[in-house]
Design a protein around this ligand. Structure first.
Ligand SMILES: NC(=O)c1ccc[n+]([C@@H]2O[C@H](COP(=O)([O-])OP(=O)(O)OC[C@H]3O[C@@H](n4cnc5c(N)ncnc54)[C@H](O)[C@@H]3O)[C@@H](O)[C@H]2O)c1
Length: 218
């Protein structure tokens, strides 16, 4: 399969969440327009995205849900479990652990890390928090490849360096600082205020994008 863009990956992940959590359980088939309606996007967009992973609906039946789930899992590499670490077990870190542990995901939080002795060796939502000096050993032992960074900005680059050194291949950074990582390490950064600022912009500048839905191709 050809590599697909980050935008398509995001939409495929949303389709998968819809099929897993919201699509009516008794349906064996769904049409692109039904998925599109739930996603508030165009059915042509859904068809294009699913075509990108080699999936086409059948006339008069649509997409077979089970086969579509298998294709999505394969495309998103969710046909296997990914071991994840949370670094910084404060308010955000613990909230994310609770959320991810409750979701039926193949992303599995295997360990948390923190510098605060009061948090270390405690268990939150079934996940043990370890001191930072055991990071390398625990990452190797648990075969952890992904990490979520929830430390203060000043500590983020140092923690990211430790994660990279320990062999982590992808980092989701919540700290409000631009990180430097080697090219072979995937990096995603989330800043909630950016989305709020975007909302503020679109609520004061009516545009085609707002009228036609949130997830048009761009
Ligand atoms: N991106 C977003 O949208 C968003 C939203 C909320 C918070 N944040 C950011 O997420 C981070 C965490 O926020 P919070 O509210 O959970 O803060 P918090 O103070 O509750 O938690 C931070 C945790 O990091 C630990 N820590 C500090 N230095 C560390 C280090 N070097 N290694 C490991 N752990 C270390 C602390 O002991 C603490 O437990 C902050 O940088 C905050 O700005 C981002």
């Amino acid at each position: 399969m050809k590599p697909i863009s980050g935008k398509i990956v995001e939409r495929l992940a949303r389709y998968r969440t819809f099929l897993t959590e919201q699509a009516p359980g008794h349906r064996t088939h769904l049409f692109s327009h039904e998925i599109a309606a739930a996603m508030r996007t165009a059915d042509s967009q859904v068809r294009r995205d699913l075509m990108a992973i080699g999936t086409q609906g059948v006339p008069r039946h649509g997409y077979e849900v089970e086969a579509l789930m298998e294709k999505l899992d394969l495309a998103l590499s969710l046909d296997r479990t990914h071991a994840v670490a949370v670094v910084g077990a404060g308010h955000l870190g613990r909230a994310l652990i609770s959320f991810l542990e409750a979701s039926r995901s193949t992303l599995c939080i295997k360990a948390a890390f923190d510098t605060d002795p009061a948090k270390c060796n405690r268990v939150h939502a079934g996940v043990k928090c370890h001191p930072m000096d055991s990071l390398e050993a625990v990452i190797a032992r648990e075969a952890i490849t992904l990490a979520i960074l929830c430390v203060p900005a000043a500590a983020a680059q140092g923690a990211a360096d430790q994660l990279v050194h320990a062999g982590v291949k992808g980092i989701l950074n919540f700290a409000p600082v631009a990180l430097r990582v080697p090219v072979n390490v995937a990096l995603e950064e989330i800043v909630i205020t950016t989305y709020l600022e975007k909302l503020a912009y679109f609520t004061t500048h009516p545009s085609k994008e707002r009228r036609n839905g949130r997830h048009e191709e761009r």
